[in-house]
Design a binder for this molecule. Structure first.
Ligand code: GLA
Length: 515
């Protein structure tokens, strides 16, 4: 009955904040506006099914429960019909009942005959519209926690001895990623010189999933007609293929997760030729009690350890529960330390300059991941992108380009392929840089490099140019260094006796190699 309309949305649920925010929201009071629904709104209480059909043959199935609750509006939303998220802040806006769930989704709902007209807006942009039909209350239910393995230390898988380098679809393409884009990105990675500069992984993020076949095998949706063939294509270019899933029943984008199919999914990925798995907590936070992050990740770590193919294991749980302390023990090669990055100076600098305390947890094979790069996506200036790239390299962060490699400007390519800067990131010592000092908006960071001195980044976080300096003693030198090289200008600098001083542009950086 329902003419479902998809508007080609790009849901970018802020899953980074999702798990944590949810814990608070469970306890939070309903909005004071909610009472207006009871007073003035039509009665929409009951259980409803919202089916959003995507052009690539996937129907995102969401159940909605609306009910009066203590003179206010209560209820829950069940993405994928599998996990329950409480409704918050319900109020009337004209004829619409409006509410939000802590998944970055905002609902506008109004009666339409025996149905509801529902518009779901996504925080990161885009929206879907559908008719919701009434269903029996019995349809509402949430997935149960599954047994988890006894906690133990898994062996090091020997991968990612230096921070992984590659590309990930999410920051630029979100839901629009498809087979063609991935192939063309692989082509561009080679033709642009990025592959030669060290980038290897071509990673498909969320929205590739098409559900499960009769045997429970995960299948891609129509955007990805043949994963094996795609992996072959990427491998033939000398590159590697990455994929994405969640330990929960539903991914952050509302697609099928690996819940209860961990072993089977790991085998499927290996059969396709997948080399990298990003495993995103998302709905697992609603299924497993908080303390179970480690065994839940261990479960997939064990599964990919047994799948017969080396697969880099990327944990994405936004830094919950001090993941850097147990990430290596579950087989993790890298772990996100923060919520999702946005393509802005505020977001990037807020994340990047906040990573110093995690330096002790990085080592070859085990990396803190402050999220993927935004270089070239348009929200920052070239100066700011140079700061972004320099900072990530100083942090020994994974370098996952997040832009459209097929159409990048020479300036973006020049930033992403600056080999002198990349060599700071990829240094074999595997030490993460740490802050030397922060004063008046200027920060100096130092990263020790194997047998060849130290990289020093002099960052200006101010909105105006400033002269910044540091002394050789501040980087542990008792005498003038033998050589100082500017890694963005690609030239040697004559070292002054006492230290270094330079004008640093607003939001800019001077990155030095000091020997
Ligand atoms: C979360 C992750 C993002 C991305 C999206 C996909 O928000 O943190 O990096 O993978 O999910 O839905």
């Amino acid at each position: 009955m329902s003419p479902l309309k998809s508007k080609g949305s790009h849901p970018r649920p802020p899953a980074g904040s999702f798990g944590r925010a949810l814990r608070f929201s469970l306890l939070s009071a309903m909005s004071v506006f909610a009472a207006q629904w009871v007073l003035g709104a039509p009665d929409m209480s009951g259980a409803w099914s919202i089916d959003v059909s995507k052009p690539w043959g996937v129907t995102l199935h969401t159940l909605l429960e609306l009910r009066p609750e203590g003179g206010s509006l209560g209820g829950r939303v069940f993405p994928n019909g599998a996990v329950a998220i409480p409704i918050r802040g319900a109020h009337m806006e004209g004829p619409d009942l409006v509410f939000r769930i802590d998944w970055g989704w905002t609902f506008h709902v109004r009666p339409e005959g025996a149905n509801l007209r529902v518009v779901v807006g996504y925080d990161g942009g885009g929206k879907d519209e559908a008719l919701a039909r009434p269903v029996a209350d019995a349809a509402l239910g949430a997935a149960a926690a599954l047994p988890v393995p006894e906690v133990r230390d898994l062996p090091d898988n020997g991968l990612a001895r230096t921070p992984p380098m590659g590309w990930n679809s999410w920051n630029h393409f979100a839901e629009s990623v498809d087979d063609r884009i991935v192939r063309e990105t692989a082509d561009a990675m080679v033709s642009s010189g990025m592959a030669a500069a060290g980038y290897a992984y071509v990673n498909i993020d969320d929205t590739w999933e098409g559900g499960r076949d009769a045997q429970g095998n995960i299948v891609p949706n129509r955007k990805f007609p043949d994963m094996r063939a795609l992996a072959d294509y990427v491998h033939a270019k000398g590159l590697r293929l990455g994929i994405y899933s969640s330990p929960g029943p539903v991914t952050c984008g509302g697609y099928e997760g690996s819940h209860g199919h961990e072993e089977q999914d790991a085998k499927t990925y290996a059969g396709w030729g997948v080399d990298y798995l990003k495993y995103d907590w998302c709905s697992a936070g609603l299924v497993y009690p908080g303390a179970q992050l480690r065994p839940v990740y261990q479960k997939m770590g064990e599964a990919i350890g047994r799948c017969g193919r080396p697969i880099v294991f990327s944990l994405c749980e936004y830094g919950i529960a001090d993941v850097w302390k147990w990430g290596p023990a579950v087989g993790g090669n890298l772990w996100r330390t923060t919520g999702d990055i946005q393509d802005s100076w505020k977001s990037m600098s807020g994340i990047g300059f906040n990573q110093g305390r995690l330096a002790p947890y990085a080592s070859p094979g085990h990396w803190n991941d402050p999220d993927m790069l935004e270089v070239g996506n348009g929200g920052m200036s070239a100066t700011e992108y140079r700061t972004h790239f320099s900072l990530w390299c100083m942090l020994a962060a994974p370098l996952m380009a997040g832009n459209d490699l097929r159409s990048m400007s020479p300036e973006t390519r020049e930033i992403l392929t600056n080999r002198e800067v990349i060599s700071v990131d990829q240094d074999a010592l595997g030490r993460q840089g740490a802050r030397l000092f922060a004063k008046d908006g200027v920060e100096a960071w130092a990263k020790p490099l194997v047998g060849r001195g130290v990289a020093v980044g002099l960052f200006n976080r101010n909105a105006a140019e400033t002269t910044a300096s540091f002394s050789w003693t501040q980087i542990g030198r008792s005498s003038t260094p033998a050589s100082v090289r500017d890694l963005w200008r690609h030239r040697a600098i004559a070292a002054a006796d006492d230290g270094f001083a330079a004008a640093v542009p607003a939001h800019g950086v001077v990155l030095l190699l000091v020997k």
